[in-house]
Design a protein. Sequence first.
Length: 633
Amino acid sequence: MNNYIINNKANYDLAYAESTENPVKFWDDIASKNFVWEKKWSSVVNWNFDKAKIKWFENSKLNITFNCIDRHVKENPDKIAILFEPNNVNEKEKSYTYSELLTEVCKMANVLKSLGIKKGDRVCIYLPMIPELAFSVLACARIGAIHSVVFAGFSSEALATRINDCDSTLTITSDGSFRGPKTLNLKCIVDDALLKCNDKQKVLVVNRTQEEINIDKNRDFLLDDIISSVEDYCNPVLMDAEDPLFILYTSGSTGKPKGMVHSTAGYMVYTSYTFKNIFQYKENDVYWCTADIGWITGHSYILYGPLCNGATTLMFEGVPSYPDYSRFWKIVDKYKVSQFYTAPTAIRALAKQGVNFVKDNDLSSLRILGTVGEPINEEAWNWYNENIGKSKCPIVDTWWQTETGGILISSIPGVIPDKATFATKPFLGIQPLLLDDNGDEIKENNKVGKLCIKFPWPSIARTIWGNHERYINTYFSAFKGKYFTGDGAFRDENGNYRITGRVDDVIIVSGHNLGTAPIEDAINEHENIAESAIVGFPHDIKGNALYGFITLKGMSLGNKKIKSEINELISKKIGPIAKLDKVQLTSGLPKTRSGKIMRRILRKIASKEFNSLGDISTLLNPEVVDEIINNSL
Ligand code: WT7
């Protein structure tokens, strides 16, 4: 990749102008010069936002793993592709060169084939952050199977919902996972999940923690039993540009998660190009993104983006606090990491522990820092800048979404300067705009509006699996002809964007995108609960935490056990990440005359902004507001 490298402001301005004035030529060039295609496209982009029909590089043929692996094996077979740092400090690290990665991915692909998986089949991957997770993802892509990675912290019910929604027939998991001092029996969770699935299911089990597991001889296969007898090369299956590459579920404003579908060619071009420029990757750099591959960040910026560029990407199995809070910095020191990409919630948690955990580690290899997942507050930004970057590493605050596939707004080191708490400028080809509630464009500086994008970019999601109507309604209906992000933002006098947060019923807790609806649905299954409303409130470490307002069937039941029962239900239905920090019992919830819960008022109360509740006189039951304020936590 040596074309269109953006390395100064003049260069960016020129390229940005071209990318928006002549996107066809711009992306045609990027795609032609930087990737290997079996067959070129007949058109660069075809789109209609009203119908949410978007196609890039139509009729081209390629395989993304050929671009991520094989071509680098030819040029640089012994370069390290993946570094693996295990959770347990006494376990030896591992590394895989590009040539070894090819073999591992091919072997895994052959295992999948031996289990009957073929192009277009859905494969659910429920694994900890171990190398086999990377191999599984890439093995699916090698043979054209559609991977659906489910974060291994999700509960069995959440897993079952995802398996059933996309009709996957194989789940790849491990016996267990190591997380800090604990182990978790993942196979057990999969067994539970499959009780709720059809009988076409197979399970492939990776050996990780050596714990006892149940084996159903007709359904479960041990990877170790199969892999020794498969061939170590597998031809890449030719994919059409628009063939789905993967499904990744994200929460929405109804109980059902949305299976965002990403396509092959556009996703490859955009993730790869953004990686190269935003992280300014150089030949001998070691790049580390601390996300889990269960989230989009891991898909795009641990695996596909870096590997497509022939980078060395680090995978860490563990958590920042184990064996103590110096773990991240020890890893940076150990591998001489050059780019470090993490989430604001991790930065806040580490900052709280003090600089003692930082100081004995040599962080001088760091050149670029990154954040993603939620707005970063100024205090955390400064701590990161001073203590980790030693005030000499640019910080890229990268704004994007599961739906966007890649980074849309970010600074570029040495090109677009960073600015604390601002994501800054649109990346090449990205045309953001801010709209008011009437859909009129806000041109003034420093005025918050709804962030929309008016032209497609190559890695935009193509649909929601099995529900294109919902895709149209969620993203393309609020404002005609625009993609609506669900975020609020404003622009400063220099055109820098600052994201202010979600404007819908999605709450970002510790960087995890949680819909209020699925949590409320889970809670409402409690036999004593009549109704519930979940809102977010500011939290030092998590960014936001969850506050539940609950009405019981018969107030006499008000007991202390209710909070733990609610949290048990949530853990079971969704996963521990969605547990409530505060639970308040109330005799009623504030409602509009049409019966809609006024979450806006509850949000203010949860944030202790009692004086800015706005007009409550139009409520059906204004009297309940005083009661809620008086009992608020
Ligand atoms: C939502 C998307 C993109 C990968 C991780 C999250 C928020 C994301 C930033 C940022 C402010 C951010 C937005 C967005 N968000 N990055 N740099 N500054 N907010 O992916 O789970 O799909 O969540 O995360 O609200 O809409 P996701």
